[in-house]
Each structure stands twice: as structure tokens, then as C-alpha cells.
Design a protein around this ligand. Structure first.
Ligand code: NAD
Length: 505
């Protein structure tokens, strides 16, 4: 990757076309801007300047996409798994070829620092390669024996499915959801977030170049309340995979009720990182800082609640304050930047509102709490640390989704467990301790879909990913994804030895 100036000049080259022409939909293998379409402005988080106009999809656009996905389904379903595997690997190759463009466009569109976006293409490609390799075995089932019968199960793809993604790390999340759907043999209608739609268009373009047949992959831009709603209500759509807010999950359940949609939701979190007195101090400190201030804190698995044991509290918080003060806030394309601008001015205002909420509720704003005026008109928040908080405060209960950490102290393991679980969310938790027994006890009892012990969040594609409570329904990853995107059929065959019940003879 180049230096700041080099990145800026390359990014403006890649972004030019989005300024010059309206970004439309990708339907039936073509980029389309419907005649007379309404558009909305997509803005750069770094200065709120326009990145171009995007079509606000209507129910009619969604209908066209769903029909295309429905028509393309039988041939895609029946394509041998090995053929799908080759196409998906080819797609991954082309993603890697456009790595620089993807990183720069993504960084400018959602404000994530380039240091974290550099690997976006590789990670997206890895998602595709992982599921491409599994495509030939996607239909495999189980053999289940009874004394006089043999059962076997087969899996078949559900049909056209909806993939609805959020604005934080949109490229990564879209590939994570779409790869298993296609590998399973489903066709897809993707609705990217209205606040960061550009990388979804790069993906659609790459799918075309990779030779994924027309109608197998469709992308409809637009707002959740219109395009998203129409998609989740459409009778051709058999399942909805959503990554977004918990409230959106509830809306989609209601919208999909009449057509009995299968749903998979990855939703919000207020994830605790629990640091015991006997934790490895420096490693825990590094992970605490990384897991809330990386990706601008706009990360579902961010550890936004620090629970720190009283024996090390003062030393830990003092060290933490120094680290938070030293974080480098700046333009997302500057390779030195650690924390970039928030995605949108509306989200910026929401995050800033928590500074007053924290004070009103009695917490101390130990670091940050202000706008970084010196960085210009972008959505720059100083990385913020709240101390003297307790678990009943709004800053300990609500998902702020910014570079904002709430620190709470506890005395005993029981108290830590109680506080960790005293939340409506249950996505992830991080436990730092030198005591293996305690790690196991906590891992068993903390109510979350994913627990990391003595580690920050790391990725393992076959492992289940997802949340409990208000953080989600269902799991992604490995075979879990195929379970969602496929129907399982049981076939029961008699050995012709059992007695068939006789009536009327
Ligand atoms: P959001 O729920 O506002 O939007 C997500 C997507 O849903 C967007 O594409 C939006 O247009 C669409 N949408 C909104 N209303 C809809 C409706 N009524 N019907 C259909 N679609 C609708 O979320 P966001 O603000 O874009 O993203 C941030 C949220 O996503 C946070 O809560 C974060 O925790 C969550 N998230 C969760 C995970 C996870 O894996 N659990 C990962 C990333 C983000």
C-alpha cells in the first residue's frame, strides 16, 4: 500500500466513476438504473463530501431481482458442485486482483482506516475459497440405521435467498454471507446498506466477470424500509440472512411472517471483556484497546464493556488511559491512522449524545468525549473512555457502536459473571485470566454465542459464528451456513422385513 498522498490519488481515481454516473442495481447480469429512478447521495465519512448518487430501489426493482433469482435457481441448483467450486474460486482470484481498489473504495465509503481494510480483499476471497471447496459436498447427509429400516438424509438448496448487510465492514460481511449461499446452490438478492453501498457494486461486477450466470447474484440498492422491506416480504425469497441491528431483526421477522421466511440474524452486542487480577496484564491491555478502538468501534464483536477486577483496577485503568490518549485519529487513507471517522453524521451525533448521557448518569469521561474539530468537517470522535461506571448506566447497556469504552469494576468471579450476563445482548465475551478452571467456569456460564479466552476476536471459518439473546438467531460458519441455506430431507427405506399394519382385510 502506498503512503497517504498515494492512497488519496489512487482512491480518487477509483471513486471517479461513482461520481460521474449514478450507481444502480445489478439485475439479471446487468448494471441497471431504472428510468426516472429516485436517487440518494452517498457521502464520504472523512469530510461529508459526496461520493455520488445511488438509486433508491423500489418494490418493483426488488421484484425484478427476486424474479431473476427465481428463474436462475434451477440451473444453478443443478450445476455440479465441482463446477460451482471452480466458478467461486475464479471469483476469489478476481477479488484478489482488485485488492487495492477494494481496500481504498471501502475505506473511503465507510471510514474504516486503511490499515484494517488492506486485508479486506484477501479475507473476502478466503470466505469464497473456503465455501467453494465445500460446494461439492454440500448435499451430503447422514445415514441413520434402524433395525428394519435405513434412513438417509440429503440436503438441497432452499432457493433464492435475501442477504441484507450493514454499513460497517460491508465488503467482508457480504462475502461472508453470499459465499455459502452460492456454494450451497442458492441464488441471491443482496441489499447492501444505504450508508456504504460501493463495495457491493464491486462485488457484483466481479461476479459478472467471474462468469457467475445472470440472475444467480443480484444486488438492489436502497433503503431498508422500502427495498429491504419488499425483499423480506417477497414470496420467491425462501430465507433472509441479516446482519444489522436487533430492532431490524424484529422488523424482518414481522415482515417475513406471512411468507414464513427462514431467518438468520447477526445483530447487535454489548460485549464484555472481563479482566481478572491474575490476567497477563500487557496482553490483556493490548486486546482491550484493540477490540474497541479498531474499526472505529463500529464492530459487532467489539468489547465495549470492560469489567476489571478491583486488585488491578487502578493500574489497569491508568495504563488504559495512556493508550487511549495516544491513539492516532485521522483520515482513513492515512496508513498511520488507527481510528477513522464514523460512517455518517447521523451516527456521529448518536455516538456524541452518549457523552452527555454518561455524565448525567454519573460516569466519568476519563478520556475523549469530544469532536476532533482539528480534523475538519468529517465525523471524527476522540476515542473515549468512561470510568466510574456501573452496569445499570445506559453507557453500559446500549450499543454505542463507536470508539467508546465503558469501564466497570468488580470484586469477585460471581459478580463478574452476574454483570457479564446482565444485558439483553449475547454476541461475544472475552475472558482474561491465568486460572484455567476459572476460564472454563466462566466460558460455560457467560451467555454469549462466542467466547474468547485470553485472546482478541480471531477468525476460524469452520467455527460457528453468531449470537444469543437479542444478538441473533442461528449460526454461520462451516457446515452451520449450509444448514441455514439448505433443506434437509429424510428418506426412509424398509428392508422389507417389518410387519406393515393391516386394516380392512
Ligand atoms: P441496520 O439494522 O440499520 O441496517 C442493516 C441492513 O438492514 C441495512 O441494509 C438496512 O438497509 C436494512 N434494513 C433496515 N431496516 C430494514 C427493514 N425494515 N427491512 C429490511 N431491511 C432493513 O444496521 P446498521 O446500522 O447498518 O449496522 C450496524 C448494526 O449491525 C449494529 O447493531 C451491529 O452490531 C450490527 N452488526 C452485527 C454483526 C454480527 O455479526 N452480529 C456484524 C456487523 C454489524
Amino acid at each position: 500500500m502506498a503512503d497517504f498522498e498515494g492512497n488519496k490519488s489512487a482512491a480518487s481515481g477509483y471513486l471517479r466513476r461513482f461520481l460521474d454516473q449514478v450507481t444502480g442495481h445489478y439485475l439479471s447480469g446487468e448494471m441497471r438504473v431504472p428510468p426516472g429512478a429516485e436517487t440518494f447521495s452517498n457521502v464520504a465519512p472523512s469530510d461529508n463530501s459526496s461520493l455520488g448518487q445511488v438509486v433508491a430501489g423500489t418494490a418493483a426493482d426488488v421484484n425484478a431481482a427476486c424474479e431473476a433469482a427465481r428463474d436462475a435457481f434451477p440451473a444453478w441448483r443443478d450445476m455440479p458442485g465441482n463446477e460451482r467450486k471452480k466458478l467461486l474460486h475464479h471469483f476469489a482470484d478476481l477479488v484478489v486482483e482488485r485488492a487495492e481498489e477494494i481496500a481504498l473504495v471501502e475505506s473511503m465509503d465507510c471510514g474504516q482506516p486503511i490499515r484494517f481494510m488492506q486485508q479486506a480483499a484477501q479475507r473476502g476471497a478466503a470466505n469464497f475459497r473456503f465455501f467453494a471447496d465445500k460446494a461439492p459436498e454440500a448435499r451430503n447427509g447422514l445415514a441413520l440405521h434402524q433395525e428394519q429400516h435405513t434412513n438417509y438424509t440429503i440436503r438441497s438448496p432452499l432457493g433464492p435467498v435475501a442477504v441484507i448487510t450493514p454499513w460497517n465492514t460491508p465488503f467482508m460481511l457480504a462475502t461472508w454471507k453470499i459465499a455459502p449461499a452460492l456454494a450451497a446452490g442458492c441464488t441471491v438478492v443482496h441489499k447492501p446498506a444505504e450508508l456504504s453501498p460501493l463495495s457491493a457494486m464491486l462485488l457484483a461486477e466481479i461476479s459478472h466477470a467471474a462468469g457467475i450466470p445472470a440472475g444467480v447474484w443480484n444486488t438492489v440498492n436502497g433503503f431498508g424500509e422500502v427495498a429491504g422491506k419488499a425483499l423480506t416480504e417477497h414470496p420467491a425469497i425462501k430465507a433472509v440472512a441479516l446482519v444489522g441491528e436487533s430492532a431490524t431483526g424484529s422488523h424482518i421477522m414481522r415482515q417475513g411472517a406471512d411468507t414464513l421466511k427462514r431467518v438468520h440474524f447477526e445483530l447487535g452486542g454489548k460485549n464484555p471483556v472481563i479482566v481478572f487480577d491474575d490476567a497477563h496484564f500487557e496482553r490483556a491491555l493490548d486486546a482491550v484497546v484493540f477490540m474497541i478502538y479498531s474499526l472505529n468501534g463500529q464492530r459487532c464483536t467489539s468489547s465495549s464493556r470492560l469489567l476489571v477486577q478491583s486488585g488491578i483496577r487502578d493500574r489497569f485503568l491508568a495504563a488504559l488511559e495512556q493508550r487511549v490518549k495516544a491513539l492516532r485519529v485521522g483520515h482513513p487513507l492515512d496508513p498511520a491512522t488507527e481510528v477513522g471517522p464514523l460512517v455518517h453524521s447521523g451516527h456521529f451525533e448518536k455516538v456524541m449524545s452518549y457523552m452527555d448521557i454518561a455524565r448525567r448518569d454519573g460516569a466519568t469521561v476519563a478520556v475523549g468525549g469530544t469532536r476532533r474539530q482539528d480534523l475538519g468537517p468529517g465525523n471524527f470522535v476522540s476515542p473515549t473512555l468512561f470510568t466510574q461506571a456501573d452496569n445499570s448506566m445506559r453507557v453500559a447497556r446500549e450499543e454505542i457502536f463507536g470508539p467508546v469504552l465503558t469501564a466497570i469494576s468488580f470484586a469477585t468471579e460471581e459478580e463478574a459473571l452476574h454483570m457479564a450476563n446482565d444485558t439483553e445482548y449475547g454476541l461475544s465475551a472475552y475472558i482474561w485470566t491465568g486460572d484455567t478452571g476459572r476460564a472454563l467456569r466462566m466460558a460455560n456460564q457467560v451467555e454469549a454465542g462466542m467466547i474468547w479466552v485470553n485472546s482478541e476476536n480471531n477468525r476460524n471459518l469452520p467455527s460457528p459464528f453468531g449470537g444469543a439473546k437479542m444478538s441473533g438467531i442461528g449460526r454461520d460458519g462451516g457446515d452451520y451456513s449450509f444448514d441455514f441455506y439448505m433443506e434437509t430431507k429424510n428418506v426412509c427405506i424398509a428392508h422389507d422385513t417389518h410387519k406393515v399394519p393391516v386394516l380392512g382385510r
